[in-house]
Design a protein around this ligand. Structure first.
Ligand code: CO
Length: 475
């Protein structure tokens, strides 16, 4: 049989501890095994994204840009991969194109070698600016542009929908196409067909990269079937932080493919000291209360209700706060209705929260008696184009006070912001490097607290502040 080497991206430095341990792995817990990880022969090591950036600043007293540069010092052969939320970058709003361009430039300059870029709604217009920047600053093999489709199920999310989207992203310049199954909704036979169909339509040099989780217990089967369907790269996490809400574990897949036509070329023996090290890290995370072993259990609720795990816990929390925990089943039945009314967005941040909250309000207050501001914005196209048709009656309710429907690319309505942001950071006295402006743009309050701590440490003026970075100090 024809040999086709399969590549693995290991997520141990990003998604693994984000999914299982609130993103609390420190750089010092990565450092001892970075030289070993670099020798394994991974396609890439995923190490940076919104939550890691936020957690560095908020909880770990690390400058996320320093973390990136420090990782790069050790990872000389293996590209560092990051996850970018399109026009939202790592934050929670749309940014102006000049911020997007500068952010991508600085990420690549500081060591990122693969950028996986996605949009919650799969609106290609929200990927335009970042993809253009990746192609510009990553030219000459410096950075791979991996355009991503958020996987979901709905009447509009047919195989044809994903094949057409993959082709469109390839035409926009994508080197790789990623199928991102963040909620573990994919099924093994579905991914086989999906990858096969997409493979048949893409250029041979375009790689297909599959990302799934093991929340519902199907993750290993998904990876195996994706490989047989024609996927080139799959995501795994080393076993100490693999499986459950995280990605399928690395070692079983390496062993499964060993000696077959799909051999990864990875030697399991080389993984052992790394696994041993991260077992210790996982123990520390558990001891400090960041990792609850429960996250490794199989939970098939996602498959039953098509509601991602994180969204389920949000729903339960909202109902608990209202003292209406008995309404959970009603809310779970309402979610698909609310989702249909706003054109079937994939249920990923932020649409999962928007749809979930509206479903709770519908159940508790009466159907669309009150429409949340975010749901209105989603209906009005402010987040981008939703995949399907929106409910015309509810849209009418959303435009009752003269609100306009946005039909252009949402970022076209935002003027350049870099100059103002730079001025603000300088005026506040925190500017040390251009990257500080980008940190501030993404997480203004958290960054300010971090900058104050950094300043205090340098001046040695306030040891109390050095201990408590989140304490808010007047400037
Ligand atoms: Co993930």
């Amino acid at each position: 049989m024809e040999k086709r080497k399969i590549y693995i991206t290991d997520t141990i430095l990003r998604d693994a501890h984000q999914s299982q341990a609130a993103t609390r792995m420190k750089f010092e817990e990565m450092e001892p095994v970075l030289p070993l990880l670099d020798e394994i022969g991974y396609y890439s090591l995923e190490a940076w994204g919104g939550a890691t950036f936020d957690s560095c600043l908020r909880f770990l007293n690390e400058d996320p840009w320093d973390r990136l540069r420090n990782l790069k010092k050790y990872l000389k052969k293996t590209p560092i991969q990051m996850l970018l939320r399109g026009q939202n970058l790592l934050g929670y709003r749309h940014y102006a194109d000049d911020v997007v361009e500068r952010f991508v430039e600085k990420s690549i300059e500081n060591g990122v070698g693969v950028i996986r870029v996605f949009d919650a709604l799969n609106d290609p217009r929200n990927l335009e600016a970042s993809m253009k920047a990746i192609k510009k600053y990553g030219a000459g093999g410096k950075c791979v542009c991996e355009a991503t489709m958020s996987y979901t199920t709905s009447p509009v999310h047919t195989t044809k929908y994903f094949v057409d989207l993959a082709k469109q992203l390839e035409d926009m310049g994508a080197d790789n196409i990623c199928i991102k199954d963040m909620a573990n909704l994919l099924l093994p036979f579905t991914v086989y067909d999906l990858v096969k169909e997409i493979r048949a339509e893409l250029r041979p040099e375009t790689k297909i990269h599959v990302h799934t989780h093991n929340t519902t217990g199907t993750g290993d089967m998904i990876n195996l079937m994706a490989i047989q369907g024609g996927a080139d790269i799959v995501d795994c996490a080393l076993s100490p932080l693999g499986n459950g809400t995280s990605n399928p574990a690395t070692e079983p897949l390496v062993a499964t493919l060993k000696g077959t036509q799909y051999d990864t070329g990875i030697e399991i023996e080389k993984l052992l000291p790394i696994v041993k090290h991260f077992n210790g890290v996982a123990e520390r995370l558990e001891k400090d209360g960041f990792l609850n072993p429960k996250v490794r259990r199989i939970d098939i609720n996602t498959l039953l209700y098509q509601v991602p795990g994180g969204m389920m816990s949000n729903l339960m929390n909202q109902l608990k706060q209202a003292g209406k925990e008995d309404k959970l089943m009603e809310c779970l039945a309402e979610v698909p209705e609310v989702r249909k009314d706003c054109g079937y967005p994939p249920l990923v941040t932020p649409s999962s929260q928007i749809v979930g909250t509206q479903a709770v309000w519908n159940v508790l207050l009466g159907k669309y008696k009150t429409i949340t501001a975010q749901y209105k914005d989603l209906m009005l196209g402010k987040y981008g184009q939703v995949p399907g048709e929106v409910n015309a009656d509810i849209l009418k309710q959303c435009t009752a006070n003269g609100e306009q429907v946005v039909t252009c690319r949402p970022a076209d309505l935002i003027s350049n912001e870099m100059d103002t942001l730079t001025k603000t950071v300088k005026e506040k006295g925190f500017y040390e490097k251009e990257e500080d402006v980008l940190s501030y743009a993404l997480f203004p309050e958290v960054s300010e607290n971090f900058f104050k701590w950094r300043k205090a440490q340098k001046l040695g003026v306030d040891t109390d502040m050095a201990k408590n970075p989140n304490k808010v100090y007047p400037v």
